[in-house]
Design a protein around this ligand. Sequence first.
Ligand SMILES: NC(=O)c1ccc[n+]([C@@H]2O[C@H](COP(=O)([O-])OP(=O)(O)OC[C@H]3O[C@@H](n4cnc5c(N)ncnc54)[C@H](O)[C@@H]3O)[C@@H](O)[C@H]2O)c1
Length: 335
Amino acid sequence: MPKRIPKILITGGAGFMGSAFVKLLIKGSFSVQGELPFVVVDRLTYAGDLKRLESVRRKFKFYKVDICNKRQIDSVFKKEKPEIVVHFAAESHVDRSINDAQVFIKTNVKGTQILIDACRRYGVKKFVYISTDEVYGKLVHGKFKENACFKPNNPYAVSKATADLLVQAYVKAYKFPAIIIRPSNNYGPWQYPEKFISLGILRVLEGGKIPLYGDGKNIRQWLYVDDCMRGIAAIMRKGRVGEVYNLGGIGESRNIDTAKLLLKVLGVSPEQIEFVQDRLGHDIRYSLDSSKVYRELGWKAQVGFIQGLKLTVDWALQHQRWLKSKLPDINKLYK
Ligand SMILES: NC(=O)c1ccc[n+]([C@@H]2O[C@H](COP(=O)([O-])OP(=O)(O)OC[C@H]3O[C@@H](n4cnc5c(N)ncnc54)[C@H](O)[C@@H]3O)[C@@H](O)[C@H]2O)c1
């Protein structure tokens, strides 16, 4: 007999990562026709786009709702009675948070509080909070384990760390059934072209250069989005409630090396790089120790960095119209 699928509510499901998660859930839910017990809640900010979910439309329910609006959130919970909530919705771009922190504090902190209070009121059985590696701050050597101290260095990271701590406090105070996941930098198809790799691809497709902050020596641990979603799905199903799990990528790479690799995959000259003024408070390196999730659930990243870049570029070449439709916003951001 097919297993009953619990009702899962996904916030931020029209975003880059949330949409990949919704598609993974739907793909794994064979034998059911029509709508599945998946509910997407998304305010559709500049970063949200239902085009990402076009291939699976009619397989999930959608609510255009702001997580900061308690009344709207209440009415969705009352109607849908979700058993599991996976919380991706956030303002997610560091540069925008440096320009203006206000909406980051509102959505990422206040929105999370409204959501977890609704989860408590409506007896949600499991809450999965998608945090970030940025809560730990920078490090030069070694890797961060889940018990490392928080030292966030930009308003985005502070807002995520605050919500992460709030979820931890609810776990302690109310035995709130939450699991926290801290992924490293994701990349892949459908990423909004404000983030390093997707922005680089867009610039090159436009005949320009990849912009590189500072001396390009900052190191990031890249995680292909589908790898990350497999990890999140495994933790949602079998992770221990009350625990924190890091999800780190395979590809630890200096930004300059990432840019050169990307140019190679794109088949253009390695000279197509433009050094720009460094980001304020730019962390030199992030690196996660993901041995806990490997030990407990057997998850590790599988998509190699070059392979992931090729998949991303192939997708971008087929979706140039979508990427270029974001240009006016990107040019305003990086004028
Ligand atoms: N992208 C990464 O590399 C990365 C790495 C680690 C953690 N994360 C975390 O993963 C989550 C998803 O990241 P992403 O890259 O998909 O972000 P994204 O910006 O692509 O998507 C965010 C989604 O949230 C929605 N949203 C924003 N404010 C909302 C609100 N008030 N109410 C309802 N919906 C709202 C947006 O419309 C959008 O669809 C975020 O919580 C982010 O902090 C991202």
